[in-house]
Design a protein around this ligand. Sequence first.
Ligand code: C5P
Length: 215
Amino acid sequence: MIIAVDGPVAAGKGTLARSLARELRLAYLDTGSIYRAVGAKILEADQDPGDPVAALSVAESLGPGDLERPDLRRESVGLAASTVAVNTQVRAALLEFQRDFAKNPPDLADGPAAGAVLDGRDIGTVVCPDADLKFFVTATPEARAERRHKELIERGDESIYARVLQDLKDRDARDSQRVTAPLKPAEDAVYLDTSTVEAGKVLETALDVIRSRGL
Ligand code: C5P
């Protein structure tokens, strides 16, 4: 079974995808971490995330350990990730790894996986267009910015709500307007709006959809 979970930044897609993985014994891939790893390595090398040659060379040399870097969740890394993600060749270089993960999911700690759940921006449209089920997770920009702002404060980072909201809107614009694999719901995606719904309820709704389809 392959489940695709797409949506904009801080909509709650990671939380939903991780919970689905746990409930259904699926391997989980956060595809954003791949783009973040490319962004982090570019920043580390003092290169420009908008430089297509540098971005492609980093994308082609990415190793599994790069997805575990401690700096991946930084706001600056997220912004760099959304810049490298505009690059068509970078996206092509990262596609095979994601498709292979979906088709041949790695074993879980306690045995084989029953399939895979991937979250990102283009899983239902490009990476796994034949996924058994596709969710598109959304929330208002304000609800998402508030969530992200709280997260940053709790983590001990400095954060200004207005700035977080603006960065998030910039990232939405870049993700939705790019030419290759823009952020958009697949035609057969099930919408889940998390603006005023807590994570447990979102998971319950998603599991209901899965059961109602006999998956
Ligand atoms: O999901 P996350 O915020 O970690 O992703 C970081 C950036 O990586 C996104 O803003 C987006 O530009 C890019 N991305 C993408 N396609 C994916 C996953 C992430 O373009 N499947």
